[in-house]
Design a protein around this ligand. Sequence first.
Ligand SMILES: CC(C)(COP(=O)(O)OP(=O)(O)OC[C@H]1O[C@@H](n2cnc3c(N)ncnc32)[C@H](O)[C@@H]1OP(=O)(O)O)[C@@H](O)C(=O)NCCC(=O)NCCS
Length: 282
Amino acid sequence: MMLHDRIEQLFAQPPDKLDRPAALQAFNELRFFLNNGEVRAAVPSAAVGNVAGWIVNPWVKQGILLGFRLGEIADFSLSDSMRFFDKSTLPLRKLTVDHHVRVVPGGSSVRDGAYLGPSVVMMPPAFINIGAYVDAGTMIDSHALVGSCAQVGKRVHLSAGAQLGGVLEPVNGMPVIVEDDVFIGGNAGIFEGVIVKHHAVMAAGVLLTGSTPVYDVVNGKVLRGSRTAPLVIPEGAVIVPGTRPMSQPYAREQGLSAYAAIIVKYRDARTDAATALEESLR
Ligand SMILES: CC(C)(COP(=O)(O)OP(=O)(O)OC[C@H]1O[C@@H](n2cnc3c(N)ncnc32)[C@H](O)[C@@H]1OP(=O)(O)O)[C@@H](O)C(=O)NCCC(=O)NCCS
């Protein structure tokens, strides 16, 4: 039976009736395929049912949850003074120089079951969770998070403090997706399965969740996600943090504004200059 079907079947078993050896076997296979990038939580696809060019594989998340369920707390300590404890099923990736990535020393972790393309650079501290897919040439700066199952394209710049939320909690269906050549500014955050199309730029401090209204002042419309469709940031959009007046009478009376993200323009030569990356750091 295909791994996909086995995981769906095992996931449906009640926890106390779980066939543990079969589940462990399936989870280990899943980790193997996640490590080499053959299996992904979401894949670019033009097939029927795609959402903004992506198809989600919910069974990948189910497989990862199985792994959490199966794990027992194990000792991962490095020494008597560097002590770590985690689920036995969630070890760190055994990266070698042959993977052609740079993991700069100092408190970063890549969980096993995350794919890193060649020439990825990770500055410490950074955390890449299981199911994440980080494609070639991407820079993950200090204090950045690539949450579980997040899909990150090629040559993305994830600036210091930027956060890509995971799909495991709260119970989200859709991973965060960031396509090729996106620039995510310092302290920006993307959560709840937002899709950022290629070449978009998020200014420092922009926060996007599925329900953040994004005002596109170039095209005169508001972009939003819904329960059934994720928020999709169009290609090349330049988004800055902003506010909008609140409509409730009491809020108006008090002059309150709420956070909004604003597409001020679409990428131009000036943006390219503002986000140009230093080749010699790669
Ligand atoms: C978004 C960014 C790239 C600027 O892009 P740009 O194309 O040069 O933008 P422009 O200067 O042409 O500005 C376009 C409009 O957006 C506004 N704007 C630009 N950056 C803004 C920001 N960060 N916050 C709020 N408004 C901003 C400008 O005021 C301008 O609006 P206006 O015409 O009404 O004055 C830049 O602001 C930014 O955030 N850079 C990332 C910095 C960073 O995080 N570095 C990482 C280091 S680890």
